[in-house]
Write a protein that binds this ligand. Structure first.
Ligand code: BES
Ligand code: ZN
Length: 617
């Protein structure tokens, strides 16, 4: 895809892409962003002014972005931006067209946009339009929403999809402030990862300002029939009207979480903290867009059992949004710290028993990934060269990262570790940090302070080697002891399913009960469980997921209607992908998966489509 306005000359640039190719086997250049073509070390974009119109008929955003730039290298005049499937119509500086060239697209990275700037230009304007199949946006028809009356749009920029709706330097090393004017059909409301005014007049023109510099992956927009309900002085929820009450109730502890977290880890630096409840096709559980986390509706369980997700997205306000991973190789600095903080927040709000149960479940997820991932992919500082940045999504950056921090906590003491974290968030506030910079920081702080408790070798083992280092902490929960006994007694034929006393079981105990079943169960056993506990009809999406995994592994057909319904009504990848993977292992399962996928595909997010189509074709 090459675009060049007729009156502009094509820039004389070589076609060599900046990032490394897939066959690059040399050593990693630390701090280099292999997932961006941009050249911030020469010219840095510091601010964006967006003016975009959302056209729901064409499924396109169109308009302009103005970029403020600073020369990091005096005299540099070639600005390189990231784009993906964008139609770049015109680039101007002070009203005059300037030459630009869109390079041939790389499958993972999109197309580099080269712009030749006049000397001393400090601002440029790009007129552009997105593609209806932009990887970072999902356009939903009214039928795909809760209300069924109005269309919906949401963006999901992490990891490298901002470039599919804005031409920019799409690297977490680069931070920008932004303003936006978003034009929508009158009856809809637009919200962004910026200042949102819940009382704004619904007139189809919405203004936003994000005065704090953020990495591009945190730029986010949603448009729909949204209403707002406050949950506390600084917290509230946006959702479609029919979801609003239930969401506000489910997440009513958000304000307490916010207060507890800032008491431990320093002031919340982002003004308001609101939640946006998305339609069920949202491909993630949550996304930490600043001031406005995007949340899947699949966690509204009615009993707050799945609200760790909120603690997680909130925690990113410190680890991720304030201190940011410099490249996607360093994702564990975002997700590992955040997972560690999530456990701590859950403990502060719901107590130690919940903390322990969630830690055990997380640890088990980690062990499952370690059993199935290649050793290369078990490394915290993962080598992603030539790979899709979304490939980093496993429990390694999350749970292995958190376990590493838990070990440090246990070795030096919790209070000392909290003091360290508080200082770390302050020292790196509004900065992007590499794994290597983090290690260097550890050396001057904790390693110097606690030389008899911590060692550089052990830290390298955690960060650069696969697996879990021997002697790592193993989370334990008392609440799971009787669940193990019940499962054992039932499997051993010493107790019928009806006799298991599950009355006081929490959702976590149910998950532990199901996730630790042997892989093979017979029809009689499956039917006994289902008859006693009505698992096929569980309203809790996580319990349903665990049960459906068992059903697929054992071809338990009475659950397949529910399975079909589940796969065609939920787009959260973490919930559907393991089911597709499991189904694809048999011919019959694959045919079933294909039927569900074909029906669901039109409603799935582009990321859910690409993550699962390989299983059905
Ligand atoms: N930032 C992530 C989502 C993400 C990570 C998107 C990497 C793209 C690339 C978000 O905070 C997250 O971790 N979501 C999890 C939450 C869970 C671990 C509680 C999810 O969506 O499942
Ligand atoms: Zn996260």
């Amino acid at each position: 895809m090459t675009a060049c306005s007729p009156n502009n000359k094509v820039i004389n640039e070589t076609d060599t892409a900046v990032p490394a190719k897939a066959d690059d086997t040399g050593s990693i250049e630390v701090g280099k962003d292999y997932h961006s073509f941009a050249n911030p070390e020469e010219i840095t974009v510091t601010h964006l002014d967006l003016d975009l119109r959302a056209d729901f008929e064409l499924k396109q955003l169109s308009g302009t972005v103005a970029l403020d730039i600073q020369r990091a290298q005096p005299g540099a005049n070639t600005l390189v931006l990231d784009t993906r499937d964008l139609d770049i119509k015109k680039v101007t500086v002070a009203g005059e067209a300037v030459p630009f060239e869109l390079k041939t697209a790389d499958e993972n990275l999109g197309s580099a946009l080269y712009i030749e700037l006049p000397n001393n230009a400090e601002r440029l304007l790009i007129e552009y339009q997105t593609s209806p199949s932009a990887s970072g946006a999902q356009w939903l028809t009214p039928a795909q929403t809760a209300g069924k009356k109005h269309p919906f749009l949401f963006t999901q920029a992490q990891a490298i999809h901002a470039r599919s709706f804005i031409p920019l330097q799409d690297s977490p090393k680069v931070r920008v402030t932004y303003t936006a004017t978003i034009r929508t059909p009158k009856e809809l409301l637009a919200v962004m990862s910026a200042s949102n005014d819940p009382d704004t007049e619904r007139d189809g023109v919405y203004e936003f300002n994000m005065p704090q510099a953020i990495p591009s992956y945190l730029i986010a927009l949603a448009i729909g029939d949204l209403e707002f309900q406050a949950m506390g002085p600084r917290t509230g929820v946006y959702a479609e009207p029919s979801m609003l009450q239930a969401a506000a109730k489910e997440f009513e502890d958000t304000e307490s979480m916010l207060i507890a977290t800032e008491n431990k880890y320093g002031p919340y630096g982002w003004d308001r903290y609101d939640l946006l409840i998305l339609p069920p096709s949202f491909p993630f559980g949550g996304m930490e867009n600043p001031r406005l986390s995007f949340i899947t509706p699949t966690v509204i369980a009615g009993d707050k059992s799945l609200v760790a997700l909120i603690a997680h997205e909130l925690a990113h306000s410190w680890s991720g949004n304030t201190v940011t991973n410099a490249t996607w190789r360093d994702l564990w600095l975002n997700e590992g710290f955040t997972t560690y903080l999530t456990y701590r927040i859950m403990e502060m709000i719901y107590g130690e028993a919940r903390y322990n149960m969630e830690a055990v479940l997380g640890y088990q997820d980690l062990q499952n990934d370690i059993a199935s991932l290649t050793s290369k992919d078990q490394i915290l500082a993962i080598d992603l060269r030539g790979r899709d940045a979304d490939d980093v999504f496993s429990n390694i950056p999350y749970e292995k990262g958190a376990l590493f921090l838990r070990e440090i906590e246990q070795k030096i003491g919790r209070d000392n570790f909290d003091t360290f974290l508080l200082q770390y968030f302050e020292d790196f506030a509004f900065k992007s940090i590499t794994t290597d910079e983090f290690i260097a920081y550890l050396k001057t702080t904790l390693l110097a302070q606690y030389p008899d408790k911590l060692s550089a070798e052990r830290i390298d083992l955690w960060i650069f080697e696969p697996g879990i280092p021997e002697g790592a902490p193993v989370p334990e929960s008392d609440a799971f002891v009787n669940v193990d006994s019940a499962r054992d007694a039932w499997l051993g034929g010493n107790m019928s399913a009806n006799e298991i006393d599950t009355n006081a079981w929490t959702v976590h105990q149910w998950l532990y009960f199901l996730n630790n079943m042997p892989e093979q169960l017979n029809d009689k056993q499956l039917l006994a469980l289902d008859t006693a506990f009505d698992l096929t009809n569980s309203k809790n999406n996580e319990i349903a997921h665990s049960w459906l995994m068992i059903a697929v592994q054992n071809e338990y057909k009475p659950a397949y209607d529910r399975l079909f319904d589940y796969l065609t009504s939920i787009g959260r990848n973490k919930l559907v992908k393991p089911l597709y993977r499991e189904l694809s292992k048999t011919k019959e399962g694959k045919a079933f998966a294909k039927k569900a996928f074909d029906k669901a595909k039109a409603g799935y997010h582009p990321l859910t489509v690409s993550a699962n189509e390989g299983f059905v074709n």
